[in-house]
Design a protein around this ligand. Structure first.
Ligand code: SF4
Ligand code: SF4
Length: 445
């Protein structure tokens, strides 16, 4: 079977972002294949440890992806502060005879170094045009865990597990290999907190993750981290403000200082994203959304809301509000047709990760989260049929049916973009509803 079909059948999706099906990404042709090893979300420690634990597999996965898209060069982007990982990767690239094809480049320790468009610029000096994807400038980007999953797919192994950092104001910070479908409760139960009611849980990193209203979900292929903080922590209070409240506060308190714009990573790449203008529009006429199409250029990195704004307002949330309204009215931003240049002041306006961590009130928790061996023995797992961009998978099993670990349980609908899903344990299908398959775990032989 060829690589595209192996990757497709294994259900590989982008492990670092929205979950775009990888086989679809690899149908393109590009000059560069880039490995996103930036891991710029504070406190998360997955990618750096995977690169240390599985260097050859990640290199092989990246190489295979690069050859597939006919890239002339593969570049790994890893933050310069991870000296050990960089040394190891360079050594293994050389040992595997790939120095002509692959190199490691050191990234600055800035936020958001892992944003695809920032990464492309940092590694190639190219700028992805507004509202476009890296392919537009000859680049395909995959993240470290995705490269690992590509390598495993070549060996016939479907994606049934993911790596997750559990971090925050907790006794034991750790990174775990977790079977897809295990309950989040079970994962965060490993971190030694004995008063869980005092905590809120952020699903993902502190910057882009959202606070879970109820911790009743299940791990998906995209799950990367859970950050536990006391409910009265600044970040939890800030992230818990409703959109309506953010709107009311912004309308009355924005002083139009434009710090949100001046530090916006997309604005600094020359795009027209100017959140202070969206905030200004808010002060006048919320219904007049047509002129706020720039909101669609926002990558939701949250830098404006959690770092830049001196008045502690919510420009990212307001962007989201306008994005929603624009979508409801079917209005799409018309990108500027031009050669984008980074703003001249960009180098002086990058956000240092350490400063960001301090501003978020997370310095005390910015600690290692070592890879820890935990054997999960859940009673049930719930596998979501849509863990990716595209159409939900269609169940190919029935209630009462026995399944094996790694067995296909949901397939891609015909002629659709999507990814299949597999069971991560042996067991019996107990329920199929709410776009998910519940499996009672247990041997049936
Ligand atoms: S940084 Fe804050 S106060 Fe300044 S323009 Fe942006 S939203 Fe308004
Ligand atoms: S969240 Fe704010 S800083 Fe980030 S891209 Fe959007 S407007 Fe810019």
């Amino acid at each position: 079977m060829d690589l595209l079909n192996l990757v497709k059948e294994a259900g590989v999706i982008g492990a670092g972002g929205a979950g775009f099906p990888t086989h679809a990404k690899l149908t393109s042709q590009a000059e560069y294949i880039l490995l996103n090893g930036a891991e710029c979300e504070p406190l998360l420690r997955v990618d750096q440890q995977l690169m240390e634990l599985f260097p050859d597999q990640i290199i092989r996965g990246l190489e295979a992806a690069g050859r597939q898209v006919e890239a002339r060069k593969a570049i790994m982007g890893i933050k310069g502060k991870h000296k050990k990982v960089i040394g190891l990767m360079r050594e293994r690239i050389s040992a595997l005879g790939l120095t002509d094809y692959m190199e490691v480049m050191e990234l600055r320790d800035i936020y958001p170094a892992g944003d695809e468009q920032v990464l492309v610029h940092e590694l190639t000096q190219r700028i992805v045009p507004e509202a476009a994807i890296p392919l537009k400038v000859g680049c395909v980007v995959i993240n470290s865990e995705t490269a690992l999953n590509i390598c495993r797919a070549i060996a016939g192994k479907p994606v049934t597990e993911t790596y997750i950092t559990v971090a925050g104001d907790i006794p034991q910070r750790m990174t775990l290999k977790v079977p897809v479908g295990v309950s989040i409760q079970e994962v965060i139960g490993q971190c030694g907190v004995d008063n869980p009611d005092d905590y809120a849980v952020i699903d993902g990193g502190p910057m882009m993750g959202s606070v879970l209203n109820q911790v009743n979900g299940y791990v998906t292929k995209k799950s990367k981290g859970y950050v536990l903080l006391k409910k009265d922590h600044f970040l939890i209070r800030k992230k818990s403000v409703s959109l309506e409240r953010a709107r009311v506060i912004g309308k009355t308190a924005c002083e139009q200082c434009r710090m949100c714009t001046d530090l916006c990573p997309r604005y600094l790449l020359g795009h027209n994203m100017q959140p202070h203008k969206v905030m200004r529009a808010l002060s006048y006429n919320l219904e007049d959304v047509k002129d706020q199409q720039i909101a669609q250029l926002c990558c939701e990195c949250n830098a404006c809301e959690l770092f830049s704004c001196p008045a502690n307002l919510h420009p990212r949330s307001v962007n989201s509000l306008y994005k929603r309204k624009l979508a409801e009215q079917g209005i799409r931003y018309q990108p500027l047709e031009m050669d984008f240049q980074a703003r001249p002041a960009r180098d002086y306006r990058l956000i240092p990760s350490k400063r960001l961590v301090m501003k978020l009130g997370l310095s005390a928790f910015d600690q290692p989260a070592p890879m820890t061996q935990v054997e999960f023995r859940p009673e049930y797992i719930r596998i979501a049929l849509q863990q990716h961009i595209g159409a939900p998978a269609i169940p190919v099993v029935e209630i009462g049916e026995k399944v094996k670990a790694g067995q296909l349980i949901g397939k891609i609908p015909d002629n659709s973009l999507g990814a299949p899903v597999h069971s991560s344990f042996e067991g019996t299908v107990a329920e199929i509803k709410d776009h998910s398959i519940l499996i009672k775990v247990g041997s049936y032989v």
